[in-house]
Design a protein. Structure first.
Length: 567
């Protein structure tokens, strides 16, 4: 007699996401493991008096979702109640933002900081009506003269501050812009309150340091948000000394210690893969090597729940005014700044190669933040050089963002078993703006899912939260439709992929990136019971309706952690 299952799921579509994308109608779980996948009769044979039977009610059972690039602590810090939500559609104008700041000032003791995140000039009515109209410190001074205010944009490349914050940071008309940064000034040379790239550090470094409890509160908030979305795994892409001044310090090494404590206390309701961050955006190869060699990483008490898996490297974001490393110049950098690109950059190429070589030789997986075709080519070349100098099987290095992958780089990624991590919800968010910045042809190609998959590249999808919300349903819709958020305009229809391919990028692709494809990422016998249930038939849904399909149940290792289905 077969042993009875603890949980069975019936009356729905079971998307196994196996190699054939086979469909089933029922599934059984015993302990933390999937023990049967098949039809109702097969699963009924495993149903005993103590088995919990879950009626899917015509819904869809998927593997647990893996958001493979999500700043967990930073997302929590950037979300209410720790920070103002300034993303669209929460706000639609500068006036909406100033009103939110005014209300925050009324409830905050004078002198304490007010922070927010998510504003995007592409969705602010005043900026849309007049592209020369940018947010300024004067907008914030009028409603918050006695509180320093720091409002991070959606991308992390710019922040908007008031006069009180500039005074705290010691930034005035005589302050030189740091390497890799821009202090935006008005016609008289006075700072406007907009700081780009490395210039943000001047204000971020005078923020009160995050306490250990604040970090824990932020991660708990993120975990609750992810449970409700069916997300059971994510990659925390960069924690360490290089994160002390990034995202308000949420990427600092102490955050990893907090994750360890949450794991020990039984509060880590997601599987978290961590990339170390030895240096920040402007680190040199020598600085990177010293920092990485000096990092001590203790073994996890449960590597399937928390695991340091690799190292994060920044390849672009510098030199000054550059937000993407392109072969040809373009109008970019956020808020209409000219982005200079196409120069030789021999020194930076050498630094990137050295950082990749050192991390690879040390045995780490390497995830490299890089945007732009020239930058991606440079990084893929660095992967190849490192692998040839220090051969080792199955390193699974990958480019983070991969927005302008070239045919040359895709071919080499596939040949060497390297991957690409892409961001469909960023595509959805910025498609209209990018058409203006890089031109319609390049904007349409941006995030070339079809070409990458056809080239044999393993692709994983992610939100890069808090850059966008971690809503994988919108990501699926975007990969199918290639439509923009603001105008619904199609951007690159030839890069659309199928539903099966899109689902794989959020499940099996993420598991591959985690070196965990042998035990998670698909619904197959013997794999861990990480599950997501949608209240509707994903296979027959209009792609436009996918973002509205409710997540009704989330299971992590056989334990139900979110339940709207059974009451």
């Amino acid at each position: 007699m077969p042993a009875f299952a603890d949980l069975v799921f019936v009356n729905g579509s079971v998307l196994t996401v196996n190699a054939d994308f086979a469909l089933a109608s029922a599934l059984a779980v015993t302990g933390d493991t999937i023990t049967a996948v098949g039809n109702r009769a097969e699963i009924d044979a495993l149903t005993g008096p103590d088995t919990r039977v879950i009626d899917l009610r015509g819904g869809t059972l998927l593997p647990g979702i893996n958001d493979s690039h999500l700043h967990g602590c930073a997302f929590g810090v950037a979300s209410p109640p720790l920070s103002l939500d300034l993303g669209h559609p929460a706000v639609e104008s500068i006036a909406d933002i100033t009103e939110a700041v005014r209300q925050a000032a009324e409830r905050t003791p004078p002198g304490q900081w007010i922070t927010g995140i998510g504003w995007d000039p592409g969705y602010l009515a005043e900026c849309v009506a007049d592209p020369s109209r940018l947010p300024t410190r004067h907008d914030l001074d009028a409603v918050s003269p006695h509180h320093p205010v720091l409002l991070q944009d959606f991308s992390g490349h710019a922040c908007w501050v008031n006069s009180a914050a500039l005074r705290r940071a010691g930034v005035d008309r005589a302050t030189p812009a740091p390497p890799g940064g821009v202090i935006v000034t008005d016609g008289s040379g006075e700072p406007t309150g907009l700081l780009r790239e490395g210039a943000q550090v001047s204000v971020q470094q005078v923020l009160p340091p995050l306490t250990r409890e604040t970090r824990a509160t932020a991660i708990r908030s993120t975990l609750a948000h992810l449970r409700a979305l069916g997300i059971t795994s994510y990659t925390e892409p960069g924690l360490g000394p290089g994160g002390e001044q990034i995202m308000g310090g949420a990427l600092a090494g102490e955050t990893l210690d907090v994750y360890r404590q949450l794991l020990s206390d039984g509060e880590l309701t997601a599987r978290v893969s961590v990339l170390l961050l030895p240096v920040g955006m402007s680190g040199t190869g020598a600085e990177f090597a010293r920092a990485l060699d000096g990092m001590e990483v203790s073994a996890s008490e449960d590597p399937r729940r928390l695991n340091v898996i690799g190292v994060k490297i920044f390849a672009d974001g510098i030199p000054p005014n550059k937000t993407a490393w392109m072969h040809e110049a373009y109008l970019g950098g956020g808020c209409g700044a000219l982005c200079v690109a196409g120069e030789t950059d021999d020194e930076r190429v050498a630094e990137v190669r050295e950082m990749v070589r050192h991390a690879h030789a040390a045995g780490y997986q390497v995830g490299v933040h890089v945007t732009g075709d020239r930058g991606i080519d440079t990084v893929v070349d660095a992967f190849e050089v490192a692998a040839e100098a220090h051969p080792r099987p199955d390193a699974r290095h990958y480019v983070i963002h991969g927005d302008f992958l070239t045919a040359r780089s895709m071919k080499r990624l596939a040949e060497h078993g390297f991957g690409a991590n892409m961001n469909p919800t960023i595509k959805w968010t910025i498609a209209d703006l990018e058409e203006e910045l890089v031109g319609p042809e390049r904007a349409a190609y941006e995030w070339p899912y079809r070409d990458a998959i056809d080239a044999g590249v393993t692709v994983a999808s992610s939100s890069d939260a808090p850059v966008t919300l971690p809503d994988w349903r919108q990501g699926i819709a975007t990969m199918l439709l290639r439509e923009s958020k603001a105008k619904g305009r199609v951007s690159g229809p030839d890069q659309r992929i199928t539903l099966a391919e899109a689902v794989r990028t959020y499940t099996a692709g993420g598991a591959w990136q985690d070196f965990a494809d042998d035990w998670k990422g698909t619904l197959e016998v013997g794999k861990v019971a990480d599950l997501c249930v949608l209240g509707g038939d994903l296979l027959s849904a209009d792609p436009h309706d996918i973002p509205e399909l409710p997540v009704t149940l989330t299971v992590l290792g056989g334990e139900i952690v979110h339940d709207l289905l059974t009451g």
